[in-house]
Design a protein around this ligand. Structure first.
Ligand SMILES: Cc1ccccc1NC(=O)[C@H](C1CCCCC1)n1c(-c2ccc(Cl)cc2)nc2cc(F)c(F)cc21
Length: 233
């Protein structure tokens, strides 16, 4: 097979994305909190809305570092962000869940999440997604670029300049394709499997509004930012 090499530009692009991804991570580690103690459904819901609110804020900062994003039409930038925050949250949650942890911690973490207040019917699709992400053993470069690809989805609602977004996403896909060959030389279809997860992610994200509004508690309070960006309340 021909030798796969990244161009200088592709390496620079990847470095910019990974640096931005690492710089804009949520400060407090929610997994550590969940492992420490069992919270009530109300406390878990509050924790989720806090996590999700800060996740949206860091996602905005992350997208500013995606080369070319700020040259997109301003309204398209908003449409891309609004359309991808839920998927980015589940992708981030899956990456947190799949992190290598000391023996037994993942079991406890899964237990705490199962009892957090999320309605039971969403557990299977959610953990199936988390485990399918875990099986890929993504390196952090792949995680960062996959998040950028999720944000640069041309078919989000209300995007006007479809082509411009497609061009940016294509650049990212080319980098990811080469990265997958270099990082997983034994697995021919690794890149295809990785992209397949984005389909699973979109399906899971359809449930998110219902997951939140049917959280096992009364009176679900959302932050103004979440009301704005999620279709809740
Ligand atoms: C990890 C993160 C980073 C950024 C933003 C959000 C989050 N996510 C969260 O804080 C919530 C917590 C929240 C507290 C209750 C238990 C789940 N969370 C969810 C989740 C479940 C259902 C929905 Cl609707 C959304 C998210 N899946 C998780 C998997 C994990 F391994 C983990 F450690 C936390 C996880």
């Amino acid at each position: 097979r021909e030798k796969v090499e990244m161009t200088k530009e592709q390496r620079a692009l990847m470095k910019a994305i990974v640096d931005a991804y690492n710089r804009h991570q949520i400060p407090q580690d929610v997994a550590k909190k969940l492992l420490q103690e069992q919270y009530s459904a109300e406390e878990n819901f509050l924790l989720l809305t806090e996590m999700a609110t800060s996740q949206v804020q860091v996602l905005v900062e992350f997208t500013k570092n995606i080369p070319g994003f700020l040259s997109l039409d301003r309204e398209d930038q908003i449409a891309l962000l609004k359309g991808s925050t839920v998927e980015a949250m589940f992708l981030r949650s899956a990456q947190v869940f799949s992190r290598k942890m000391p023996n037994g911690h993942t079991v406890v973490l899964e237990e705490r999440i199962r009892k957090s207040g999320i309605p039971d019917e969403f557990m299977t699709p959610m953990f199936n997604f988390y485990k399918s992400i875990g099986e890929l053993h993504m390196v952090q470069e792949e995680q960062a670029i996959l998040t950028a690809i999720t944000i640069l989805m041309p078919d989000r609602p209300y995007v006007k300049d479809h082509q411009a977004v497609e061009r940016l996403q294509e650049t990212m896909l080319n980098v990811l394709r080469k990265l997958c060959v270099l990082q997983h030389p034994q697995e021919q279809q690794y890149f295809a499997r990785l992209l397949g997860r984005l389909t699973e992610l979109r399906t899971l994200s359809h449930y998110h509004a219902e997951m939140l509004t049917s959280w096992k508690m009364n009176d679900h309070k959302f932050t103004p930012l979440l009301c704005e960006i999620w279709d809740v309340q």
